[in-house]
Design a protein around this ligand. Structure first.
Ligand code: NVA
Length: 310
């Protein structure tokens, strides 16, 4: 059974295949019906959501399936019932399970017991569906991914920093992440990405210097300084991250035609200047739309691999 729990669950050739399929599905959104039945996909959110719920629901419907929203607070996964028991129950109702939660280990437990593909809709550690959308967006604006230089600026220890390391490395990109002391990826995460570069090409590195990271970049990425679950650290983080705001001055160090990505929600004047988010180099609305196309592609891939494509 194939799952999508972390970016490197797709090998480089598989990631390329999913991205090609995403582009095809974007061109013809209503033709492919691998979830015809309709087959049910369970979606569970233990953290806030807008784009993820909307894009999965719309995408599952476009694939001919039924998006079943399971209220995480009512289900009480891990509290009212164990993760394995929830997995066994949902796996009997749904053809796939999409889950946004906190611990990566919860998701791994779900995958172990569900008997159907499990998709990571964001954990504290990774946001791999966002990365497929990001890579699709870069491909649309820049063509070939391999060899492009990406700079991630901000909380490089968060799920988006980690996912950029793994997914960018898988795509053969040169990924530099930049954040203040205490907010760079773990050595284990950097090593995991470095291992990918040994067969996929590209490179990964981390630096405290945002100007060095952005200089010469083709793609500049940022994300909120305060990820979901860290709200009580907001005030402290605003001080720590003050020098890591994606301003027009910082962006000027990138290539003149560099594109800007942000997974949203964005906080103008904090991690990104309003004039950058709303400026000509920003492709964030394409990026938000591409969640649907990318997730349709990965669901098609996983359900097909599970022998379930009708
Ligand atoms: N790092 C952010 C991503 C939001 C889509 C968070 O986890 O809240």
């Amino acid at each position: 059974m194939r799952h999508f729990l972390a970016d490197d669950d797709l090998r480089p050739d598989e990631q390329a295949q999913v991205l090609r399929l995403a582009a095809d599905l974007k061109a013809s959104p209503y033709d492919a019906k691998p979830l015809a039945g309709p087959r049910t996909v369970a979606m569970i959110f233990d953290k806030p959501t807008l784009r993820t719920q909307a894009s999965f629901a719309a995408g599952i419907a476009e694939l001919g399936g039924y998006p079943m929203l399971v209220d995480g607070s009512l289900a009480g996964i891990g509290v009212r019932e164990s993760v394995p028991d929830v997995a066994r129950v949902l796996g009997r109702q749904a053809s796939a399970i999409v889950w946004r939660t906190f611990e990566q280990s919860f998701l791994e437990e779900m995958a172990e017991h569900a008997g159907v593909p499990v998709v990571n809709a964001l954990t504290d550690l990774f946001h791999p569906c966002q990365l497929l959308a990001d890579l699709l967006t870069v491909q649309e604006h820049r063509g070939e991914l391999a060899g492009l230089r990406v700079a991630f600026v901000g909380d490089a220890a968060c799920n988006m920093g980690n996912s950029w390391l793994l997914a960018g490395a898988t795509a053969g990109m040169h990924v530099v992440v930049s954040g203040p002391e205490g907010y760079l990826p773990s050595d284990a995460m950097l090593q995991r990405a470095t291992d990918i570069t040994s067969h996929a090409g590209g490179s990964v590195s981390a630096t405290h210097d945002p100007v060095a990271a952005v200089t010469g970049a083709d793609v500049v990425v940022t994300d909120t300084w305060v990820s979901m679950g860290k709200e009580e650290e907001s005030a402290a983080r605003e001080l720590v991250f003050a020098d890591y705001s994606l301003t027009a001055d910082l962006l000027a160090h990138a290539k003149p035609d560099a594109i800007v990505l942000h997974c949203l929600p964005a906080y103008r004047g904090k991690e990104i200047a309003g004039e950058v988010l709303d400026g000509p180099q920003s492709v964030v609305w394409d990026e938000a739309e591409n969640r649907r196309h990318a997730q349709k592609a990965v669901l098609t891939f996983l359900v097909g691999a599970a022998g379930g494509t009708s």
